[in-house]
Structure formats: structure tokens, C-alpha cells
Design a protein around this ligand. Structure first.
Ligand code: CAA
Length: 294
């Protein structure tokens, strides 16, 4: 039986970790955000405050909820400290299986009895992470989307061992965070990553073949198919390195149709990783708005 969830620990204060901490505090949970880098924690705290203020300004977050949520968040610089009182632990570290497996063994040793261990992985196997723990029934995937405050979905990923209690507890948490939840049986890339990786890879194939410019491919998907962002705008937001890792994993596990496009690989080798490096498919060197010089 899982306990009532009151405290959520989020491990890793990168783009996703800070977004998940925002959602946890928004849901009224005592929230501990962990990172080994004090600078990341400072940046995250500033980002979370700014996001809550934006939510209030846009009428999406009640000022009282913002004030309460701000008082619910603390930070920690060690995993052991962060997870001590948590009934739900969500890891949001980079997509490296070894790192995630090591974290799950730490959770297993030091978490409260009955705590749920969740991974925000966008494609990797939760079963592989949970094989190392004594509590496979309390391991689950909770896949959030960037930018978390604005994105309405959580993909819950159930392994053959995840208990119904764990699923139910995470659905409840998702709803309190203000999200819709879909349930998926574990499979590489789940639902969203599997589809999105194909669209993104195909967009690179078209660009490489000279079928259209990046700008026109983005425009076509936005205006012709009503995608909120074009595939290149999106990959620049997500990170080209992140997308390449995902495609490599899906290629290994699901087969040939996921072979990463050559141009994508070339951009990553050149350090064109997206907004975070100042240049991805588009150039951001003169600020946040992409110049259309590719
Ligand atoms: N809290 C709550 N809601 C907020 C908010 C806040 N702090 N700030 C803004 N909002 C609300 C806005 O009021 C607005 O609500 P309505 O739609 O009800 O009016 C909504 O969030 C969108 O806000 P904006 O108007 O600022 O945003 P936009 O219309 O320019 O859209 C976008 C921005 C949501 C990012 C949109 O472009 C989009 O959906 N892009 C695609 C993003 C995407 O696909 N992300 C997934 C990437 S893949 C991933 O993350 C998974 C992975 O594992 C790699």
C-alpha cells in the first residue's frame, strides 16, 4: 500500500526538473528540488518564481496558490537529503541509463518505506531502472513535457511490475498538478516520443534532401497541420543532442525506421544543440528570437 503523498522530491534541477518542481508546488505538495550545482538551484528558484508570476499575470494561477507554492519549495544539494521525507521521488537527470540506475539504487537504500520512485525519462526502460530495486511494484515512469507549466500532459509508464496502487497514486498527483494523464504500457519511446522522433527525423531528411527550407517546413506543419511549433523550432527547444540520443535508442530497440538522420548528427557534432548553445537549426546568437539563417 502506498502512503498518502505529501512530499515530492525532484532530482535534477535542469529544464525538466525545475518544471516538475513548479508543478509539484502548484499541486500543494511540499517540494524538495535537488541538484549538485548551487548555480543550477539558484537559476531554478529564479525560474520557478518567474513562472509563477507569469501564471498569475495571465490569470492561470491564483495569487494565493502562487504564495503558498513558493513557500512549499526548498532545495537540497544531496540526493539523500532530498529524498528523506518524500513519498514520491521523481528523477529528472540527463538521459543516461547508468546515472538513472545508480539513482534508483540510492532511492532504494535511503527513501522512506513505501515511497514511489518515478523517472521522467522520455524513452528509456523503467524496468531496467527498477530491476535494481527491491520494490519494482513502486517504480513508474512520469513523463512531463517542456515547458512544464504550459504543457497539459503527463505520460504515465507502467512496467509489468508496477502496482495499481502506484498508478492510482500518480494519477492523483498528476491531477493535483493540473495535468491530464495518459497510461501507457512500457515500450521504447512510449507514445509521444515515438511519434515525435519520427516527425523530427523526417523533417531533417527533407531538409537534407533540399525539398524545402527549414522555415517552410516549420511553417507547413504549423499552418497546414496545426502543430503549435514547427519540428525545427521544437528540436531547438528540446535540444538536438537530446533528440539524437532518443533516436539512437529507438533505432537500437525499435529498428531501422528510427535511424538518426545524417544532418542531425552533423549539427550535433558541430555543437549546434539548439537554443541552449545559441545555435541549432536556427541561430539564436542575437537573442531568444531565432534568426532564419540556417
Ligand atoms: N502556468 C500555467 N499556465 C500558463 C503559464 C504558467 N506559468 N504561463 C502561461 N500559461 C498558459 C497560457 O495562459 C496559455 O493558456 P491557454 O492556452 O489556455 O490560453 C498556455 O499556457 C500557453 O501559453 P502561451 O500563450 O505563452 O504559449 P504559446 O501559445 O505561445 O505556446 C507552447 C507555447 C505551449 C510552448 C506551444 O508553442 C507548444 O505547445 N509548443 C510545443 C511544445 C512541445 O511539443 N513540447 C514537448 C516537447 S517534447 C518533450 O518535452 C518531451 C521530451 O521528453 C523531450
Amino acid at each position: 500500500m502506498n502512503p498518502d503523498i505529501k512530499t515530492i522530491a525532484v532530482i535534477g534541477a535542469g529544464t525538466m526538473g525545475r518544471g516538475i518542481a513548479y508543478a509539484a508546488a502548484f499541486g500543494g505538495y511540499t517540494t524538495v528540488l535537488e541538484d549538485i550545482s548551487p548555480q543550477m538551484l539558484e537559476e531554478s528558484t529564479r525560474w520557478i518564481t518567474k513562472s509563477f508570476d507569469e501564471g498569475v499575470a495571465r490569470g492561470k494561477v491564483d495569487a494565493k496558490i502562487r504564495n503558498r507554492a513558493s513557500s512549499l519549495i526548498t532545495t537540497a544539494s544531496s540526493v539523500q537529503d532530498a529524498i528523506r521525507d518524500a513519498e514520491l521521488i521523481i528523477e529528472a537527470v540527463p538521459e543516461e541509463m547508468e546515472m538513472k540506475m545508480e539513482l534508483f539504487t540510492i532511492f532504494d537504500k535511503f527513501a522512506k518505506p513505501h515511497a514511489i520512485f518515478a523517472s521522467n525519462t522520455s524513452s528509456l526502460s523503467i524496468s531496467d531502472m527498477s530491476d535494481l530495486t527491491v520494490c519494482r511494484e513502486r517504480c513508474i515512469g512520469m513523463h512531463f513535457f517542456n515547458p512544464v507549466p504550459k504543457m497539459k500532459l503527463i505520460e504515465l509508464v507502467k512496467t509489468p511490475f508496477t502496482s495499481q496502487n502506484t498508478v492510482d497514486a500518480c494519477i492523483k498527483v498528476g491531477h493535483r498538478m493540473g495535468k491530464e494523464v495518459v497510461l501507457v504500457q512500457e515500450s521504447p519511446g512510449f507514445i509521444t516520443t515515438r511519434v515525435n522522433a519520427l516527425i523530427g527525423n523526417e523533417a531533417f531528411a527533407m531538409l537534407e534532401a533540399g525539398i524545402a527550407s527549414a522555415e517552410d517546413i516549420d511553417k507547413a506543419l504549423k499552418l497546414g497541420l496545426n502543430h503549435p511549433m514547427g519540428p525545427f523550432e521544437l528540436v531547438d527547444l528540446v535540444g538536438l543532442d537530446v533528440r539524437l540520443n532518443i533516436l539512437e535508442y529507438l533505432h537500437q530497440t525499435l529498428g531501422e525506421k528510427y535511424r538518426p538522420n545524417r544532418l542531425l548528427k552533423e549539427y550535433v557534432q558541430e555543437g549546434r544543440l539548439g537554443r541552449k548553445s545559441g545555435r541549432g537549426v536556427y541561430d539564436y546568437s542575437e537573442g531568444e528570437t531565432a534568426s532564419r539563417k540556417t
